[in-house]
Design a protein around this ligand. Structure first.
Ligand code: SF4
Length: 390
């Protein structure tokens, strides 16, 4: 059987050819694709199992498919996995990967193991156009959307790193949060396809409660989600009033908090199970949005929203003037929410020693690559000077 790592070590399978990447096709799309080859739907199921359950990327190794069909598949399609160019492992077990995509740009994927859980934070865009004032990714600008295959590949790579595809490898990804680089709802179709694949038993089979899409508030896209997926929802709120949120999350100027919460309630009401709640993400920034009055405003604002609140002490990064609040301040903010009857948790700071702020690792890897390039260029020009004088 061909080792799928063979494909990883060589980067993309076939970056220059315009062939579909089967890794990102949902079951109905894969069935359609197989029909274009004159094949029955069960062939799509076989392919799904090889790619997502067994981690096999080489058609030749798919032994329950006839040799003739394997050759036709290799001519008509690719199974493409991006290349891991850098891995950081934190003392607390958090792993962060910088992944190089088609075209050479990079995104981050973070794996956070915690007891029985293994949560994967995936990216959906290269950079981001929304420029939230506290965000490292926003400072890098927007380059392009990831396609569904590139989003799903992040789970494949994490499973591979965990040994899931090797005999005896047991640890699985239990939760996925789309909270990495990019605003998922600005890449709507690819994100919905990828989320649905994550929840499909033929692919990764994750529970709907364990795949969470986090948005900064693209209101029309939240409405559009209804009926297309029943992924769980998180709202990156970060401020309890429009004045402050306009400053921290500029998309709020277009879609203010009242509209955002209305769309959120509608999405939650339309889910098939009504026991789920929305997660409200609130990054606490010292002296900016972490005062008692902000906590009291949150209490009033979220009165009609079935939710739990996740407080995230700010992770400073070099280009930012914001600071992390003291743990006393964080506790006080949390206490006000708890006393008002909310479920509120503080996200434990994980992977602090590995550039924990989203987008930071990629920034550093890019810096280092540029430094290496400058060094090589300098070396080459020194060599030519030496040649010229000798
Ligand atoms: S917080 Fe999210 S939406 Fe805002 S700039 Fe960063 S990646 Fe984009």
């Amino acid at each position: 059987m061909t080792d799928p790592l063979h494909t990883i070590e060589h980067g993309f399978c076939d970056p220059l050819q315009d062939k579909p990447n089967l890794l990102g096709l949902s079951m109905p799309r894969l069935v359609e694709f197989m029909q274009t080859l004159g094949e029955k739907p069960f062939r799509a199921r076989q392919l799904m199992k090889w790619m997502h359950h067994r981690g096999i990327l080489d058609f030749e190794a798919m032994t329950d498919i006839s040799k003739v069909l394997r050759q036709r598949l290799a001519r008509a399609a690719v199974i493409e996995i991006p290349e891991v160019v850098h891995e950081h492992v934190s003392a607390d077990g958090t792993r962060k990967w910088a992944i190089r995509l088609r075209g050479g740009s990079m995104v981050e994927t973070v794996l956070i193991p915690e007891g029985q859980r293994a949560t994967l934070c995936v990216s959906s865009q290269i950079g981001c156009s929304l420029d939230c004032s506290f965000c490292s990714t926003g400072k890098q600008g927007y380059q392009r959307d990831l396609d569904a295959g590139e989003i799903v590949a992040q789970i494949w790579l994490a499973n591979h790193a965990l040994g899931v595809y090797r005999e005896g490898g047991k640890r699985q990804i239990t939760n996925v949060v789309m909270m990495g680089m990019g605003e998922p709802l600005m890449n709507f179709d690819n994100v919905v396809d990828a989320a649905n694949l994550m929840m499909d038993d033929m692919a990764y089979g994750l529970s709907k409660r364990r795949v969470t899409l986090s948005t900064s508030g693209v209101v029309p896209a939240i409405e559009k989600l209804i009926g297309k997926t029943d992924v769980s929802l998180a709202i990156s709120l970060h401020a309890p009033n429009d004045r402050l949120r306009n400053e921290l999350v500029p998309i709020n100027r277009k879609y203010p908090i009242a509209e955002l919460l209305r769309a959120t309630r509608r999405y939650m009401e339309n889910l098939p199970d009504n026991s789920r709640v929305v997660v409200i993400e609130y990054t606490l920034i010292d002296g900016v949005n972490d005062l008692d009055q902000h906590a009291h405003e949150m209490v009033a604002l979220l009165r009609d929203v079935p939710c739990k609140i996740n407080l995230i002490p700010y992770n400073p990064f070099p280009l930012s003037d914001y600071k992390r609040p003291s743990s006393n301040r964080v506790d006080r903010f949390k206490r006000i929410l708890l006393q008002a009857g909310y479920i509120a948790t503080v996200r434990s700071t994980r992977g602090d020693d590995i550039d924990a702020a989203c987008g930071q690792l990629v920034g550093r890897v890019v810096d280092r690559t540029r430094r290496n390039e400058r060094y090589r260029t300098r070396q080459q020009s020194n060599d030519s000077i030496i040649k010229a004088v000798t």
